[in-house]
Every structure is written in C-alpha cells, then in structure tokens.
Design a protein around this ligand. Structure first.
Ligand SMILES: [Fe+2]
Ligand SMILES: [Fe+2]
Length: 164
C-alpha cells in the first residue's frame, strides 16, 4: 500500500508530467507558427513522451492500491522570442522536474517506501537524458545564432525524431 504522503506527491507529479506534455505541445505549435516543422515534430514527440511519464506514475499508484486523483492542468506559455528562447525554457523546466523527482525520492526513502524509490530510479536516469538533450539544443542554437542555413539543417535533424 502507498501511504497518503507518497500518494499525494505522486498525484502531484502526474499533474506535473501532463503539464510538461502541454508545455511541449505549446512549443510544438509555436514552431509550426514560424515554419520550423522539424522542431515542431521534436516537441510533438516530446509531448507524447511526457504523457508516457504521467502514465508510469499512474500505473505505480494503481499497482500499489492507491487512489489516483486528477486535477486541473494550467495553461502553459504560448509565445517565445526565438527557437533558442524556447529551448532555454525547456532546459530550465527539465531542471525543475529533476528537482521534483529528487524530492519524491528523498520523501519515499524517509518513509521507507523502497518500491517507490525503486520505481523512481527510471526517472532519475530519464532526467539525465532530458537535461542533456534540451541543453544540447540550447548549445547548438547558440552556435547557429542568426545563421539561417544552420537553423535549416538543425530543423532537418529534428524532423527525424520518431515516437519510441
Ligand atoms: Fe517528464
Ligand atoms: Fe526522454
């Protein structure tokens, strides 16, 4: 069984992962609006991945005989100054999510809920990947700066990302 404290924290995280999906969907729509279809594709795939994260937490609550509670998802930002600005926000957001995951690990360890600590190991590894990928694009976009040829090439690279 899940204790109430852990159950509440995971329910909050389900909401946060779905908010992440909403953020990346909004970024995808932004990239569509500036005709960067490859960037839009990458963000669309990322949004789907975030729904997958929410479902991992959902399944954990169900498997532990807890109670999933869903709550309102607030609207994410809709406009960014540039592709770089959007990826800077994505990187910042992933750092914040890493902090949230770490806090639940700390709480679950204090409550001696080793099953939850174990489930969260997957997320600890995933957050390393999320921070690395968003930061890599921040660095690439800084390198490209105002070079439209570089932006065109990166857009082609990002068009290759597929749903796992
Ligand atoms: Fe996530
Ligand atoms: Fe990922």
């Amino acid at each position: 069984m899940l204790n109430k404290k852990i159950e509440n924290a995971i329910n909050k995280q389900i909401n946060a992962e779905l908010w992440s999906a909403y953020l990346y969907l909004s970024m995808s729509a932004y990239f569509e609006s500036i005709n960067l279809g490859g960037f839009a594709n990458w963000m669309r795939v990322q949004a789907q991945e975030e729904v997958g994260h929410a479902m991992r937490f959902y399944n954990h609550v169900i498997e532990r005989r807890g109670r999933v509670t869903v709550s309102a998802i607030t609207a994410p930002p809709m406009h960014w100054k540039s592709p770089l600005n959007a990826f800077e926000d994505a990187f910042k957001h992933e750092q914040k999510v890493t902090g949230m995951i770490n806090d639940i690990v700390t709480m679950a360890a204090a409550e001696k809920d080793h099953a939850t600590v174990n489930m969260l190991q997957w997320f600890i590894a995933e957050q390393v990947e999320e921070e690395l990928s968003t930061n890599t694009f921040v660095q690439k976009l800084k390198m490209i700066s105002t070079n439209t040829g570089g932006l065109y090439m990166l857009d082609r690279e990002l068009s290759q990302r597929k749903t796992k």
